[in-house]
Write a protein that binds this ligand. Structure first.
Ligand SMILES: [Zn+2]
Length: 245
């Protein structure tokens, strides 16, 4: 029997795939036209052709140091240790590869019936919709050192009450929220699988629903800060598409 949660997540996962597939097209050699390039800049505040170093050894070490010195460092989520070995990576390639990995994850995870009706776990999704605070969350390190064949059995994405009220696609939607969550996952298997290792910025002090996540995201964008590619609240903006069929 299909329950309400399963039906909702089934539709949300399908919509997320559609949005990611569209972005994969937009970032393909053929699809990457002037319009898509302008849109990319409008969303990130950085041109696709700009070289970014957010995943370079130097930058990651810098972030690691800042985190270590944070007053409340024990409250901080772990950090993706992945270090980009290419130092000439452009924002375009970073997102093209990233979208490819998110889509790959999306095709490996699924929504299934719980074993009995009182169970919360529906495949890769955990029904926490009785919790009013929040819409969804994951711990990003679940993918660390994990073979991507195991995503199906291991990865868990928690879904809370606010998710239910979101539109399927578009601004602050179920699809963009799931892309936000997937982007948190660390890279695995030599960086060829997994997410983007994003954080909910600012990370200082740990997660709090009272932090100004959205205004921080728009500040990063308008100042041309490369952190837009490591901040889940900026990444989700790229997936606020509505696909009409
Ligand atoms: Zn998040």
């Amino acid at each position: 029997m299909t329950n309400q949660f399963q039906k909702m997540m089934d539709e949300a996962l399908k919509a997320t795939k559609k949005v990611l597939e569209q972005r994969q097209k937009d970032l393909s050699e053929k699809g990457w036209n002037a319009d898509k390039q302008n849109e990319f800049f409008k969303i990130f505040g950085i041109n696709g052709s700009d070289v970014i170093t957010v995943d370079s050894r130097k930058e990651r070490e810098k972030v690691r140091k800042i985190r270590k010195n944070d007053k409340a460092s024990e409250n901080l989520p772990p950090m993706d240790p992945y270090i980009e070995v290419r130092d000439d990576i452009t924002a375009y390639i970073y997102m093209r590869d990233g979208v490819g990995r998110l889509l790959d994850m999306c095709t490996k995870i699924s929504v299934t019936s719980p074993i009995d009706s009182s169970q919360r776990i529906h495949g890769n999704f955990v029904n926490q919709t009785d919790i009013n605070d929040g819409s969804a969350n994951v711990s990003g390190d679940q993918t660390l050192g994990l073979n991507s064949d195991s995503y199906k059995n291991i990865l868990k994405i928690n879904i809370q009450q606010n998710f239910v009220c979101k539109p399927l696609m578009g601004y602050d939607s179920q699809a963009s929220t799931l892309c936000h969550e997937l982007s948190h996952f660390f890279r695995s298997q030599d960086g060829k699988h997994g997410g983007l290792g994003t954080d909910d910025m600012p990370v200082s002090g740990g997660f709090s629903k009272n932090k100004p996540y959205n205004s921080n995201a728009s500040d990063l964008k308008s100042s041309g800060n490369q952190d837009v590619f490591k901040n889940s609240y900026n990444i989700e903006k790229y997936f606020e598409l509505i696909i009409v069929e």
